[in-house]
Design a protein around this ligand. Structure first.
Ligand SMILES: [Cu+2]
Length: 209
């Protein structure tokens, strides 16, 4: 009988010790969780507040408005460029354009001389890539989706581009030496023909400044 009592006592002690050590262990992960919770909250704040750009603006990254003009020098609208946390937001609001699909790119010089806008140079291409989203070695940083102009000659579109920035000093900055410009072409960009997607004449231009 005594053996049983001893055995029971020993087992009880073992259980108590095990329980104690569990309790001792628990606070560690609990502390880690507590420690990581604020991080999660901070991340949530950063990702869920779309108004963050306005704080970014306060830090000096002002949105840039590009004024588009056609070959006759008439204004045909604006493109707003907004630096976001992980991308550049591009908001197009244009009018008085020919209905249809039009190639749309950032070009490598900040010069818009009507009527042909050849002064804007080739596509903005800081990485030396090939042109076009369809090209296996593409695309130019300046390549953008085509614009779809409606029957009323207007277009309102919004793009988010990850490989462009307004931040000076970056390789893919739109404020590199010599500047950049936005060009709307007469034809659609086929996404593969070099060097500019066979998108034809340049019908509107605006300097990024
Ligand atoms: Cu172009």
């Amino acid at each position: 009988m005594k053996k049983w009592i001893w055995t029971t006592m020993i087992l009880t002690c073992v259980f108590i010790l095990a329980a104690c050590s569990d309790e001792m262990n628990e606070p560690t992960p609990a502390t880690q969780v507590e420690g990581s919770l604020p991080d999660v909250d901070e991340n949530d704040e950063n990702t869920t507040e779309p108004a963050e750009e306005e704080e970014v603006v306060e830090d000096g990254f002002l949105p840039v408005t590009v004024n588009l003009k056609d070959s006759d020098g008439n204004s045909v609208g604006t493109v707003e460029l907004i630096e976001e946390e992980e991308s550049l937001r591009i908001v197009v609001d244009a009018e008085n354009l020919p209905e249809g699909t039009h190639g749309f790119h950032f070009h490598e010089k900040g010069v818009c001389e009507a009527p042909d806008f050849e002064s804007a140079g080739g596509h903005f291409n800081p990485t030396g890539a090939s042109h076009g989203f369809e090209h296996e070695d593409g695309s130019h940083a300046g390549d953008l989706p085509n614009l779809e102009v409606g029957p009323d000659g207007t277009v309102k579109e919004e793009f988010f581009v990850e490989n462009l920035t307004l931040l000076a000093g970056e390789e893919n900055s739109l404020f590199h030496e010599g500047g950049t410009s936005l060009i709307i072409h007469a034809e659609a960009d086929d996404g593969k023909t070099q060097p500019s997607g066979n998108s034809g004449d340049r019908i509107a231009c605006g300097v990024v400044e």
